[in-house]
Design a protein around this ligand. Sequence first.
Ligand code: GNR
Ligand code: NI
Length: 171
Amino acid sequence: MSDMKIYTYPEPVLKRNAEPVENIDEGLQEIIDQMLETMYAAPGIGLAANQVGVLKRVIVFDGSPREEGSNPRVLINPEIVAAEGSIRWDEACLSVPDYTAEVSRKSNIRVKGLDRDGNPLELEAKDLLAVCLQHEIDHLDGILFIDRISSLKRALYKKKLKKKEKGKSNK
Ligand code: GNR
Ligand code: NI
């Protein structure tokens, strides 16, 4: 199966709000499976539907990013129901290539949603997994991690991106 295209900043689909999923059917499950494949191929530890041009509230992630073996997970209509503590993490995003920056997030969260079959699911996450889930849920709300850094840092990123684009068109 071929991987989906991952859209990158400043593609407008990344700024849009994804719609809640109402029907979990074979079409949606096909999208989920393709998203997981695309995430592992990238490689990334999470992926939100907006990033592959699908405006549905679906995220995929690997539940054991630091351990051996893979643990593909999905959350449909994810919602953070509790959050505490704070943490700063150097974040990266498949939709913001060649850039990382520290972002402040909650360190411990509880997230609820639906699994691939539509069963209710609630999970607890801390550290990198908590950061990843907040990052993915942000995508569904049209928010990128560069929207959560200082305007100075964001301006520097945009400048760097412009330079890169120029380089391409000169070749
Ligand atoms: O692969 C990814 N790594 C990552 C590292 C630190 C904080 C967040 C992330 S998510 C990112 C994949 C991605 O862009 N998901 O939307
Ligand atoms: Ni991302």
